[in-house]
Write a protein that binds this ligand. Structure first.
Ligand code: PMP
Length: 427
C-alpha cells in the first residue's frame, strides 16, 4: 500500500461518505424478487419520447456534437414557453432557464453557487438525502426542521397531508445566518404536496429574512385526487429569490436520460451558470433534443386528456391505491401520499417478525428493510435514511416504497404480502 504523509481526502468530504443507495441497491440486486426500493419506473417511457430519441439519433449529425453549454436551444426555448404558462410571467430562455445533468446537478449548482462557508440552509425533514451532503460540501450548515405527524382521530388511514410543519418551530430556524431553504413539494419520501397556506408561511419567512428558496419540484406532475401543485415562485415576492428545479427523468419516466433544469431569475441563475461551466459544461445533446420534442408535444396538448402529464398521474394514482390496499391488508399502515410515486408505511406492528440483533445500534427500520429483502424478497428503503443524524431515531417505524411499477410488479409484491400475512396468522 502506498504510504502518504498527508491525508488523501479533502476536508470537505469528511462525514459525507455514507450513502444509503449504495448499500440498499446492492441488497436489492442480491436478494429481491420484487424491488420497490429505488425510485424509478420499470415501465417504458412513452412512445412519443422514445421515437423522438430515435429520430434525433438518426437525423441531424450535429446532434452527436456539443450543443450550447447552458442548454440546447430548442429545449431552453420550449421550457421557457412552458414555464411562462405555469408561472404567468415572461421568461428569457437564455437567462431564466439552464439545462443540467438531471435535477441532481441543478441542486449541486444551487448549493455551490449560492451557499458560502458558515451559511445556514434550512432543510425540511424527511428530505431527499443528497441535500445534506451537498450543503456540507459547499461549506454550509444544514438546519433541520421536521414535518410532524398528526394521526387522524377517526381511525382513518393517515395521509401525507397529516404531516405538517409547526409554524413557530419553522420560524425559529430563520436567522441572519440563514441563506436558503430547500423546499421539496411534492415531497420525496412522504408524497406530501404542500398547501397554499404552508407555502405562504415559508414564503413570508423567506421575504422577511431575505432568504433564497431552492425549490425541488421534480414530481410536479405527479399529484393525485385533483390536488393542485402550487409553485412557490408564483407567490408574492418569491420569483426573485427562488430557483425551480425539475427533471425530465421524473416528468417523462426516463430517469436514465439524466436531463434536468433550473428555472429562475437571472440574478440567481448567472451564478449557477458559473458552477456549470466549471464542472459539467455540456449535457448530452440527443437527450436534450428528444426532451425538447416531448415538451413541444405536451405544450400542444396542455391540459387535454391525451397529455402525458394528465395520463401519467391517473395511472399512478391507481397503482398507489393498489399498494395502499395491499399494505393495509397485511397491517403495514400506509400513509396515503398526495403526490410523487412514493409511499411510506408504518411497520411498527412487525417488530416481533424481525430478530433482535444484540449489541447493534442499527435502527429498527434498517433492520426491518434488510430482513424483509433477505427473507421475503421485497425491497424498500428505511425512512430514517431521510432524516438527519440528530433526528433519525425518532422516525424508525417506517419504510418507503416506490409504486411507479408495472401492474405485474405490483401484483408480485401483493402476492408476497398476502403469503406473509397467511404465515403470520397460521403461526
Ligand atoms: N430531487 C428529488 C426529490 C428526487 O427524488 C430525485 C430523484 N430521485 C432528484 C431530485 C434527482 O433527479 P434526477 O434523476 O433528474 O437527477
Amino acid at each position: 500500500q502506498v504510504k502518504m504523509s498527508r491525508p488523501v481526502q479533502a476536508r470537505r468530504l469528511e462525514g459525507i461518505d455514507k450513502n444509503i443507495w449504495v448499500e440498499f441497491v446492492k441488497l436489492a440486486a442480491t436478494y429481491s424478487k420484487v424491488n420497490l426500493g429505488q425510485g424509478f419506473p420499470d415501465f417504458p417511457a412513452p412512445d412519443f419520447l422514445q421515437e423522438a430519441f430515435t429520430r434525433a439519433l438518426g437525423g441531424n449529425h450535429m446532434l452527436h456534437q456539443y450543443t450550447r453549454a447552458f442548454g440546447h436551444p430548442p429545449l431552453v426555448k420550449v421550457l421557457a414557453q412552458f414555464f411562462e404558462k405555469l408561472l404567468g410571467r415572461d421568461l428569457d430562455p437564455m437567462t431564466n432557464v439552464m439545462v443540467t445533468v438531471g435535477a441532481y446537478q441543478a441542486l449541486f449548482c444551487c448549493f455551490q453557487a449560492l451557499v458560502d462557508e458558515g451559511d445556514e440552509v434550512i432543510i425540511i425533514e424527511p428530505f431527499f438525502d443528497c441535500y445534506e451532503p451537498m450543503v456540507k460540501m459547499a461549506g454550509g450548515t444544514p438546519v433541520f426542521v421536521p414535518l410532524r405527524p398528526n394521526p387522524p382521530k377517526d381511525g382513518k388511514l393517515m395521509s401525507s397531508a397529516d404531516w405538517q410543519l409547526d409554524p413557530a418551530e419553522l420560524a425559529s430556524k430563520f436567522s441572519e445566518r440563514t441563506k436558503a431553504i430547500v423546499l421539496n413539494s411534492p415531497n420525496n419520501p412522504l408524497g406530501k404536496v404542500f398547501s397554499r397556506g404552508e407555502l405562504g408561511l415559508i414564503a413570508e419567512l423567506c421575504v422577511k429574512h431575505d432568504v433564497l428558496c431552492i425549490s425541488d419540484e421534480v414530481y410536479e406532475w405527479l399529484v393525485y385526487n385533483g390536488k393542485q401543485h402550487i409553485r412557490i415562485a408564483s407567490l408574492q415576492g418569491m420569483w426573485d429569490r427562488t430557483v425551480i428545479i425539475g427533471s425530465a427523468g421524473k416528468t417523462f419516466s426516463a430517469t436514465g436520460w439524466k436531463v434536468g433544469w433550473a428555472v429562475g431569475p437571472d440574478r440567481l441563475l448567472q451564478h449557477l451558470r458559473t458552477v456549470h461551466q466549471n464542472s459539467v459544461y455540456h449535457c448530452a445533446t440527443i437527450a436534450q433534443e428528444a426532451v425538447a420534442q416531448g415538451f413541444q408535444r405536451e405544450l400542444m396538448l396542455y391540459g387535454k386528456p391525451d397529455s402525458y402529464f394528465v395520463q401519467l398521474p391517473k395511472e399512478l394514482q391507481q397503482k398507489r391505491d393498489w399498494l395502499v390496499q395491499s399494505l393495509d391488508a397485511v397491517g403495514m399502515k400506509p400513509i396515503v401520499p398526495e403526490g410523487t410515486y412514493f409511499l411510506v408505511a408504518d411497520i411498527s406492528q412487525f417488530k416481533s417478525d424481525v430478530p433482535d440483533v444484540p449489541n447493534s445500534d442499527e435502527p429498527y427500520d434498517y433492520r426491518f428493510a434488510k430482513w424483509m429483502v433477505k427473507n421475503k424478497g421485497l425491497a424498500a428503503i428505511p425512512l430514517s435514511a431521510f432524516y438527519s443524524e440528530a433526528h433519525k431515531n425518532n422516525y424508525t417505524n417506517f419504510i418507503r416504497f416506490c409504486f411507479a411499477k408495472e401492474e405485474a410488479t405490483l401484483k408480485a409484491a401483493n402476492d408476497i404480502l398476502q403469503k406473509w400475512k397467511q404465515e403470520k396468522t397460521s403461526s
